[in-house]
Write a protein that binds this ligand. Structure first.
Ligand SMILES: C[S@@+](CC[C@H](N)C(=O)[O-])C[C@H]1O[C@@H](n2cnc3c(N)ncnc32)[C@H](O)[C@@H]1O
Length: 236
């Protein structure tokens, strides 16, 4: 089954955009969350939707020397990734339709769940494939219902449409509670602008990016299970 991301991210401009993305183009939450763990002691990382492998560059800056596997549905992205990182493993396909027999110390997905209507299944898959950490980001807004309808909110590029997923704050809290049953959860929320390809209904005036890190083996789980690194609560 072809997924919208396979068409949208295959366009020349998108492939070029991720190939040329500056090393400094990380998400604020990526560094804030990686700062809380010992990246240099990770033995293996799975990066879902790795594009040109930018996240591996960031991990290397943290002293990561373990093995890295990147998955992407766009072959052109993977050949760019492989040119920059010939020592890494890259797999082509939809992460929800391929076997993942191994477990990884960290399973990451940056910039994926906000365009993935199957985000619950993806999160379950990431949790099942991790032996320690799961890291991802979502969009959250103060709206009545989680937005998943691609006719209502989408990104459009060269006639290709990608659904936009934005969680209601109530659904986000439920997600945090359920993750807290699996391990200790840290998150960082910060307001982000809509990019020029994103079409949202007028009643969605603003949203936040929220980065989440789940530690499935935190030894201090009897303490606070959910830690808000944004300090001011979910800034919506
Ligand atoms: C917004 S880009 C983010 C790229 C990278 N994670 C980064 O932060 O630079 C999304 C990437 O995920 C890939 N992707 C989206 N859905 C996917 C899926 N279900 N399986 C595998 N790759 C996927 C796309 O092809 C695209 O390269």
């Amino acid at each position: 089954m072809k997924i919208p991301a396979a068409q949208y991210y295959r366009t020349q401009e998108m492939v070029r955009r991720f190939r040329d993305k500056p090393r400094s183009g990380f998400f604020r939450s990526e560094t804030a969350l990686l700062d809380t763990i010992s990246v240099e002691s990770l033995r293996s990382v799975l990066d879902v939707g790795c594009a040109a492998g930018r996240f591996l560059g960031l991990l290397r800056d943290y002293g990561f020397t373990g093995s890295y596997t990147g998955i992407d549905v766009v072959a052109e992205n993977l050949s760019n990734a492989w040119q920059s990182h010939p020592d890494a493993t890259f797999l082509e396909g939809d992460v929800l339709q391929m076997p993942l027999p191994e477990k990884f110390d960290l399973v990451n997905a940056t910039g994926i769940l906000q365009n993935e209507p199957r985000y619950t299944a993806l999160l379950d898959r990431m949790l099942a494939t991790s032996s320690r950490y799961v890291m991802f980001d979502v969009k959250v807004a103060d709206i009545e219902q989680t937005l998943v309808d691609p006719d209502v909110a989408y990104c459009e590029w060269e006639g290709c449409r990608l659904p936009v997923v934005c969680l209601s704050s109530a659904d986000f809290r439920t997600m945090l509670q359920s993750l807290a049953e699996a391990g200790r959860v840290r998150f960082l929320s910060y307001p982000t602008p809509f990019n020029s390809e994103t079409v949202v209904p007028s009643w969605l005036a603003r949203w936040s990016s929220v980065g989440v890190l789940v530690d499935l083996k935190d030894p201090a789980l009897d303490g606070e299970a959910v830690i808000d690194l944004s300090a001011k609560g979910v800034a919506l």
